[in-house]
Write a protein that binds this ligand. Structure first.
Ligand code: ZN
Length: 438
């Protein structure tokens, strides 16, 4: 780990800053080129294309480049293989490895665009397109930061790594999770990870809340709809559960507050979303013009998305819902249920004094003259795999762009914001792997 007392010489900061300014046009062109590869997920399109594009770029900049397919991982198929790229540029002396990890997938465009979502339009200092802020702008900024650093400080220690990974938008199992399982994020290989997600250039994201997804099914007995008393409606049983959610669970969740600095502040408590509800008769096939048949619902299902706090335990979060269900078994004749856990991820919170946090904090102060803002994300991102599978705790999200624009129509990233955050990344590199004798 680096010496936390290492000072930041102003002349070197000025040289790094100038090297980044000199790459302004390159940064714009790189961001546009990345946006023009429509890596929409699902299904996971053009992953190989974007990895090949990046390989060409990084090969030429002195990196050892690997293209890695997450063969057999969730989401991987021959039609849509999950390709990832990991590039490593060693320094001249032993030292830490600093890794910049970006996801290369983007979500669908949706409606409401006034520009071409894959055109990469540059207008009034903004670059537009799907993935501009989430997070091809951050990927481009980290590449430019690393190239400017390697040119300005050729005698750096340790190594710089840059990765672009698949499937963050759908859980990251064919991306960072796979790479972490293969040892790419083990603490022996990598000591500092920066994920350039769009958190704003003066913010450091230390982690995220926990998540528990589950499917709950209630059961009934089918009967003729004109004599529902001869059956038992699974939908009414589900309605009783939803009633208890409203009267008991939601008020209880609103009382659970966290000390984690989650943004937006509305997420500084436990939350529950009912992601979907299905019950009774199946939807008719397309083209069916008849009416539904009168039947009592024999099954109803909901999928719940419960986000929890570092102050809670996963067992207690689950038990709270089980207690409501078991209460209904006691109180409500015929109430039967099953619950199936879909997935769970514990909360993650990197220490405020961790080396990567202090390095980026000092870089924000030196470059922007601002006190950094420390935040926590309401939802998970790839840090979950780096922490949980890679066992690497020294990880943050830091990158350009405004989080609220992610997944929206007319998504954009500001060129000046990318340049500023690239400066911060380069100065953080200086702090973490600068020359042993400056
Ligand atoms: Zn993202």
């Amino acid at each position: 780990m680096s010496n936390p007392a290492r000072s930041l010489p102003p002349d070197q900061i000025a040289r790094l800053s100038a090297a980044i300014d000199a790459r302004r046009d390159d940064l714009i062109a790189l961001t546009q080129a990345l946006i023009r590869i429509p890596t929409i997920n699902p299904p996971g399109a053009h992953y190989r294309d974007i990895c090949e594009f990046l390989k060409t770029r990084l090969d030429g900049a002195g990196y050892q480049v690997e293209l890695i397919r997450a063969a057999g991982a969730r989401g991987d198929s021959d039609a849509h293989p999950r390709w990832n790229i990991v590039a490593r540029r060693p320094g001249v002396a032993p030292g830490d490895t600093v890794h910049f990890n970006s996801h290369h997938d983007v979500v669908e465009t949706g409606s409401g665009w006034t520009v071409d979502p894959f055109g990469g339009l540059l207008r009034d200092g903004r670059i537009y397109g799907r993935g501009a802020c989430d997070m091809k702008g951050g990927l481009a900024a980290s590449i430019i930061a690393a190239e400017a650093f390697a040119e300005t400080v050729p005698d750096y220690r340790g190594a710089i790594e840059i990765s672009a990974t698949a499937d963050e938008e759908t859980g990251g199992f064919g991306g960072v999770a796979y790479l972490a399982e293969q040892g790419y994020f083990s603490p022996e290989r990598v000591q500092h990870v920066i994920i350039p997600e769009p958190l704003n250039k003066d913010r450091i994201c230390l982690g995220h809340r926990g998540v528990w997804w589950a499917e709950i099914e209630t059961f009934g007995r089918i009967a003729h709809g004109s004599m529902p008393f001869l059956g038992d409606s699974a939908i009414r049983h589900m309605a009783a559960l939803l009633g208890r959610f409203e009267s008991e669970l939601y008020p209880a969740l609103a009382e659970k507050h966290t000390a984690m600095p989650v943004v937006p502040p509305g997420a500084r408590q436990s939350t529950l979303n009912i992601n979907s509800i299905h019950g009774g008769q199946e939807e008719p096939e397309a083209g069916y013009t008849g009416f539904p048949a009168p039947v009592v619902a024999h099954s109803a299902r909901i999928v719940i998305d419960r986000r929890y706090l570092i102050e809670e335990t996963p067992a207690a979060v689950r038990q709270e819902v089980i207690d409501l269900l078991d209460g209904l078994v006691r109180d409500r004749p015929g109430f039967r249920y099953e619950i199936r856990d879909l997935w769970t991820i514990p909360p993650t919170l990197t220490d405020r004094e961790a080396p990567v946090v202090t390095a980026v904090s000092d870089a924000i102060r030196a470059v922007l003259g601002l006190e950094p803002d420390y935040v926590v994300s309401p939802g998970t991102y790839d840090q979950k795999h780096i922490d949980r599978i890679g066992r690497l705790k020294n990880c943050i999200a830091y990158g350009p762009g405004i989080l609220d624009l992610a997944h929206q129509p007319d998504e954009w990233v500001g060129v000046d914001d990318m340049l500023d955050s690239a400066r911060v990344m380069a100065v953080a590199l200086l702090r973490l792997i600068g020359p042993a004798t400056p």
